[in-house]
Design a protein around this ligand. Structure first.
Ligand code: NAD
Length: 332
């Protein structure tokens, strides 16, 4: 590998475009190729960021010898086939969440990544956010004691904002419980460990007339530790999205509820400090972490197994909502 990580980005829409900016401003990375089926749009980004090569298929990009890392930001349903192709071409992979849209694909990707000579990261960006990292350090240091209950949500009003969002959702996303729910489910798993079982229910056609997507899904997880964790996901709420994801962690020693900690002293509520902005927040922090881990051979912030387990937890919840049964979660 050269001293800089040479990156090829696949899918340079809204999310991929923001990643392009994050890679282009990382001093240890060099974006050498873009791939998108929208040729004019891709060419405009190549011109703006002075990226030498452009392709309209991942197969063509993978023939490019000078790409070390393939960064995948195409539609959810293409994550697994693109990842498998990149691993087979012996490239490192960064793939956006959700890692895949079926349990079988998640398992296949894990199996292929285990055999690959390269490494793979999954885009659970919240793990790189200073606030959630601070909470992780508190959990790991035992400040909350043993966790017994977690509660979270991912609610927003995206489906009420007119047809443009529905368009993007149809083109590039999967069901809300997967494409959105995987963020807070991953947070609960990061703090509370693996899940073993899930029960879930959902509905459609109540929140927004004609909404072609689940109004809401609520799932309850059993964790291997014995803890429970619940999540409600809705894209058609009136709720204005808040970046704390409604996070609640209840432990034997203290509770974190959103941005406050309860119980350091009995009946005492203390605001948690907000870590200062670094100037490399959001996707830039995620990109910096992946680039450093690959160049320095240090652990990735979210590896293939972690990404797979979070996606499978969501996919099993969707299946449980369909069957009405409590289901075991098949962790790879
Ligand atoms: N981590 C996060 O918080 C976060 C936020 C938004 C989106 N995402 C994920 O990013 C991905 C993209 O979402 P988006 O909002 O950018 O959607 P988008 O529709 O804006 O972008 C998708 C891009 O992929 C391109 N594309 C489609 N098929 C392709 C193919 N066969 N080969 C190459 N390019 C192809 C499209 O032309 C488009 O430019 C999704 O998987 C989504 O779940 C993650």
């Amino acid at each position: 590998m050269s001293t800089k990580l040479r990156v090829g980005i696949v899918g340079v829409g809204g999310n991929g475009g923001r990643f392009l900016d994050a890679y282009a401003t990382n001093p240890r990375a060099e974006v050498v190729a873009l791939c998108d089926i929208r040729e004019d749009h891709r060419q405009a980004l190549q011109d703006k960021y002075q990226v030498p090569y452009g392709y309209d298929s991942i197969e063509a990009l993978l023939r490019h010898d000078e790409v070390d890392l393939v960064s995948i930001h195409g539609p959810d349903g293409l994550h697994a086939p693109f990842t498998l192709a990149a691993l087979d071409a012996a490239k490192h992979v960064f793939v956006e969440k959700p890692m895949a849209t079926t349990v079988a694909d998640c398992l296949q990707v894990v199996e292929r990544a285990d055999r690959a000579p390269t490494r793979m990261a999954v885009g659970h960006v919240l793990r790189t956010r200073p606030f959630f990292r601070m909470v992780k350090e508190m959990v790991d240091a035992g400040e909350l004691g043993s966790l017994h209950a977690m509660r979270t949500h991912y609610l927003n009003d995206a489906m009420r904002r007119g047809p443009r969002f529905l368009d993007i959702a149809n083109r590039s996303y999967s069901p809300p419980m997967l494409t959105m729910g995987v963020h807070p489910v991953d947070l609960m798993r990061w703090y509370g460990g693996d899940v073993t079982h899930v029960q879930a229910m959902g509905n459609q056609g109540l929140a927004l007339p004609g909404n072609p997507i689940d109004d809401s899904v609520t799932a309850v997880y059993r964790f291997a530790s014995g803890a429970t964790g619940s999540i409600t996901v809705c894209w058609a709420s009136h709720y204005v999205f808040d970046s704390f994801y409604g996070l609640e962690l209840h432990g034997s020693g203290a509770s974190v509820v959103w941005d406050k900690i309860h119980g350091r002293e009995l009946h005492k509520v203390t605001p948690l400090p907000q870590p200062p902005a670094t100037g490399r927040d959001g996707y830039a922090a995620e990109v910096d972490s992946v680039v450093d881990s690959l160049l320095d051979d240090t652990p990735l912030f979210c590896d293939v197994r972690e990404g797979a387990r979070s996606a499978i937890a969501c996919l099993t919840a969707l299946e449980a909502a369909k069957t009405g049964e409590m289901l075991a979660v098949p962790n790879p």
